[in-house]
Ligand binder design. Structure first.
Ligand code: HPA
Length: 302
């Protein structure tokens, strides 16, 4: 064996440094093909037949999960090499139950890139659900309003996205049966968007529409970054959803996404941003978003 005394010494001394010792983060794991297949199998074992429709609930939007009837649930951490959920307001469970006249799969809480997870992990629950038979996914998130016309509390129908996260869950080996270069022209299914618009009208919920820019976070944007995002064509900015959308589209799953505009993005209006404000506005607007999601689910199961 070749010895590298210098390297060895450097490694030992770095291990002793307080900076390394205070770090709690485990090494960044990737989700493998076997994890996806095993996760799909466990999903069926734990929750019974997997519904064709899935809803992903973002920060502070978990209330809808409580409305499921006859629900069976499993923690995400039991479906694969997933860590226990991170940020407050995130529960990290998958449930199957009846809602609005049909059976749905609900993911309450998600993993974010800013928590240090690999993009394959962030998109993992969606990939497992798709492998288990889900064909339509409705994703929700909280986002900052880049479009100055958006009032906090508005709900935005996502028409397209800008992936500015510098990551993509499809990087690495291609999954069997998935294209190497999936088309993203109609990532947000036009027929589902039309359905969402008519459901919003029927439910009396006002809906705005636009482009969602996904950034890495976890710091909020600077006002200069928000001006850049506006110049690039963004209407809202957030730190989630896009990895899941990309993975879903690669698997041929139809996608609909709704952003709850919890705040004007930095510099759009006077004042500073806080996560508490994001959660509070999210909580206040959640019943309207829930009503819209239920109306859409009703229409899907009709
Ligand atoms: N920026 C990024 N992500 C967000 C914001 C924001 O202003 N609000 C809620 N999520």
């Amino acid at each position: 064996m070749v010895r590298w005394p210098g390297v060895h010494r450097t490694f030992r001394s770095r291990r002793r440094s307080p900076l390394i010792e205070t770090t709690q983060d485990p090494p960044r794991a990737r989700l493998t093909e076997a994890d996806i297949r095993g996760g799909a199998e466990r999903l069926r074992e734990r929750l019974g037949p997997v519904p064709r429709t899935m809803v992903v609930l973002g920060s502070g939007l978990g209330g809808l999960a409580d409305a499921l009837e006859g629900a069976r649930a499993t923690p995400l951490a039991e479906l694969g090499p997933f860590p226990p959920a991170g940020v407050e307001g995130h529960r990290g469970v998958v449930l199957a139950g009846d809602l609005a006249g049909g059976r749905v799969l609900v993911q309450s809480g998600r993993f974010h890139l800013y928590e240090g997870h690999d993009p394959t992990v962030v998109a993992g629950p969606v990939r497992i659900a798709a492998a288990a038979g889900v064909r339509t996914i409705l994703l929700t998130n909280a986002a900052g309003g880049v479009n100055p016309a958006f009032e906090p509390g508005s709900i935005m129908l996502v028409e397209d996205h800008l992936n500015l996260q510098g990551e993509n869950p499809l990087v690495g080996s291609r999954r069997p049966d998935e294209p190497r270069f999936p088309d993203m022209t109609e990532a947000y299914d036009p027929a589902l968007r039309e359905l969402a618009r008519s459901c919003a009208t029927r439910a009396g919920v006002e809906l705005v529409a636009g482009v969602y820019a996904a950034v890495l976070g976890p710091s909020y944007e600077t006002p200069a970054e928000v001006r850049m995002l506006r110049a690039l064509g963004a209407d809202a900015v957030g730190m989630s959803t896009v990895p899941e959308v990309i993975a879903a589209r690669a698997a041929g799953v139809r996608v609909l996404a709704l952003s709850l505009i919890t705040n004007a993005a930095a510099g759009v209006r006077p004042g500073v941003l806080s996560h508490e404000e994001v959660l509070e506005v999210g909580e206040r607007a959640a019943p309207r978003l829930s009503l819209l999601v239920r109306t859409i689910l009703e229409a899907l199961s009709a």
